[in-house]
Design a protein around this ligand. Structure first.
Ligand code: ADP
Length: 635
């Protein structure tokens, strides 16, 4: 096949544009990215060689070679790993495989990011970072395990297009050649390259080598010097997770994190431990400092990399962690699993279950410790990942209490930006208060004013404020904490006080009116009853104790799910003057059209207060303005 000219996908063009105009301040990381890709390619080849005799370790071993050609102005990173076919090169180097890329790039193009270039680090720009320093990139690759020497040459100047061409290549693997920009030639310098590799890629397990020319004493003629070229390994190559903790610097931990996570920012925390006994393994796990942009997408890759006796088996093994810890990155190296372990085998493997349990305990312990001793750091972590961690309360009964202790809450008793915990809540409960209360909603500002809180405000009871859509599910699953029931203030009946005689009397008087409201709204609401929540507001809508939370209902509907019609209960506040007035009107004329109009209005108001829209906004607006005219005429 001859040379074919192909166009990049839109998102790649946009990304390249961002890279070329170099948002990112540390351009030298391009080398880390390319070495990281080369190392991944070798890991894959090594793994496949276990079962495919067509793929074998090369003479001289697996390695990554850096070659700087000062005359040509090129830097080449070669590996003898898995390689790519023509189609794979087109798919891997012409598109970006992450979902959510479009949205992410749109966000990157915003002013905020232009002013804060390091944000691009959330995205694994990988290969494309080459274009920060090169105006042309050539990739020559041959897939391992293919009998003949056919390969592919991919080339681009990042002008929106790239070419692919069939070529012959002697060795399997990939050579990435960067034609460096005129002002980036420093990357050809041996000491510059050494420095970058020591800083960013020292932990890479495979040797990163370079031909080094040196002057040496001649062995043939004493006293004479000769120039020789020798291949030298530039990295130490020791698997970092197998090293002694006390010998590893923070920088080394951070750089290894970037390699395994494809994140550009430093992690929030490294958790490094060895387990012995029923299962022998070493884990080096990380809590990222920022949520990856695609963490809520379906194809988000979950789980640390799995190694068996130092051989990488897979880069993400989701069986190793529970889903609610899916933000955890890193490496697990097991001594017990067989090298040829398959995904199917992992599913119900006892060793894997033990590792999973161990990791879960260790990560939760680390979080508890962080919360206790470094709360500010914990808060930053929680803002990024709390929403995911909380899912554990629903899914992992055995860890429910531990996770409950990791929750932090906004609350009616705390100023915005300060937080409480369930234990603190218990400690601050008022005399006579029997339950822990929470309210769900979409913003603190809205919630603070909510009529649902009137009675709680009156009594000085604290109410936890919860803004995530999953919160109601989480709190319902938790159900109680240290013997105290947990209750939503917008669901079920609330009785903070027993009604006194006067209230009972007022209630009796309204019974016929309530029957009328119940009858008129019978298609809309399940029941009409007196409210224990309200003090100043006339009425509100509440769900049944076990009913679905309005926040969650909105979320499910927006996801296109079929949520069954969920009738609510209309609660009215018998001490509000409107009911006295309506009652008098009712006594004068039970068939009054105004009364009917008022009942509809009350229902619409209740809908507004729970954050929904009136059933018929046009008719609602019409009625309100008609009443305004009527009132204005009386002025
Ligand atoms: P990532 O490494 O995050 O997937 P990159 O943009 O760095 O993203 O690389 C895209 C893809 O290109 C890789 O997933 C891999 O399939 C392929 N690739 C890149 N470099 C190599 C290489 N040296 N050998 C084989 N495949 C490679």
């Amino acid at each position: 096949m001859t040379k074919t000219n192909l166009e990049f996908r839109t998102e790649v063009k946009q990304l390249l544009d961002l890279m070329i105009h170099s948002l990112y301040s540390h351009k030298e990381i391009f080398l880390r990215e390319l070495i990281s890709n080369a190392s991944d390619a070798i890991d894959r080849a090594r793994y496949e060689s276990l079962t495919n005799s067509g793929i074998m370790e090369n003479e001289g071993g697996w390695k990554i070679k850096i070659s700087a050609d000062k005359d040509a102005g090129t830097l080449t990173i070669s590996d003898n790993g898995i390689g790519m076919t023509r189609d794979e090169a087109i798919a891997a180097l012409g598109t970006i495989a992450h979902s959510g890329t479009k949205e992410f790039i749109a966000a990157l193009q915003s002013r905020e990011v232009k002013d804060n270039p390091d944000l691009i680090g959330q995205f694994g720009v990988g290969f494309y970072s080459s274009f920060m320093v090169a105006d042309k990139v050539t990739v020559v690759s041959r897939k391992a395990g293919i009998g003949d020497s056919s390969g592919v040459k991919w080339e681009s100047t990042a002008d929106g297009f790239y070419t692919v061409e069939d070529i012959q290549k002697d060795q399997k693997g990939t050579d990435v050649t960067l034609h460096l920009k005129a002002d980036e030639k420093k990357y050809l310098d041996e000491w510059e390259i050494r420095g970058i590799i020591r800083k960013y890629s020292d932990y890479i397990e495979h040797p990163v080598v370079m031909d080094i020319e040196r002057e040496k004493d001649s062995e043939l003629k004493k006293g004479e010097k000769v120039r020789v070229v020798e291949e030298e390994t530039l990295n130490s190559g020791k698997a970092i997770w197998l090293r002694d903790k006390s010998q590893i610097t923070q920088e080394e931990y951070n750089e290894f994190y970037k390699h395994v996570s494809h994140d550009f920012s430093d992690p929030a925390m490294a958790v490094h431990f060895r387990a012995e006994g029923t299962s022998e393994f070493t884990a080096l796990l990380y809590l990222p400092s920022r949520a990856p942009f695609d963490i809520f997408y379906k194809d988000f890759k979950i789980g640390p990399a799995l190694y068996v006796k130092r051989v990488q088996i897979m880069d993400h093994c989701e069986q190793l962690i529970p889903l609610y810890l899916r933000f955890v990155k890193g490496v697990v190296d097991s001594s017990d699993l067989p090298l040829n372990v398959s995904r199917e085998l992992l599913q119900k493997n006892r060793q894997v279950e033990i590792i999973n349990k161990n990791i879960t305990r260790k990560v939760l312990d680390t979080l508890s410790d962080m919360k206790k001793n470094r709360f500010d750091e914990y808060l930053r972590f929680y803002k990024e990942f709390g929403r995911i961690l909380k899912e554990g309360i629903h899914y992992d009964v055995s860890k429910r209490e531990t996770i409950a202790d990791l929750l932090i809450f906004d609350s009616t008793q705390k100023a915005a930006g300060t937080y409480t915990t369930l234990q603190e809540y218990l400690d601050g409960m008022k005399e006579g208060q029997e339950e822990i209360f929470y309210i769900t909603g979409s913003s603190r500002a809205e919630i603070i004013k909510s009529p649902y809180l009137e009675a709680f405000r009156d009594k000085g009871y604290e109410v936890l404020i919860m803004l995530d859509e999953v919160d109601d599910i989480v709190m319902s699953a938790l159900h109680e904490y240290k013997g105290k029931k947990i209750k939503s203030v917008i669901k079920g009946d609330i009785k903070l006080d027993k009604p006194d005689e006067a209230e009972k009397e007022a209630g009796k008087k309204l019974e016929t009116l309530i029957a009328l409201i119940r009858e008129q709204l019978k298609d809309e609401v399940k029941d009409v009853r007196f409210s224990g929540r309200l003090r100043d507001t006339a009425c509100c809508l509440v769900a049944d104790e076990g009913g679905i939370d309005p926040q969650l209902e909105k979320l499910l509907r927006s996801m296109g799910q079929n949520v069954p019609e969920n009738k609510r209960i209309l609660e009215i506040n018998p001490s509000h003057p409107i009911f006295g007035a309506m009652n008098r009107l009712f006594e004068r004329n039970p068939k009054s059209a105004v009364l009917e109009e008022y009942i509809n209005l009350l229902y619409d108001q209740a809908l507004l207060l729970e954050g929904s829209k009136p059933k018929d906004p046009v008719s609602f607006a019409g009625t309100v303005t008609r009443l305004m005219v009527r009132d204005a005429e009386k002025e």
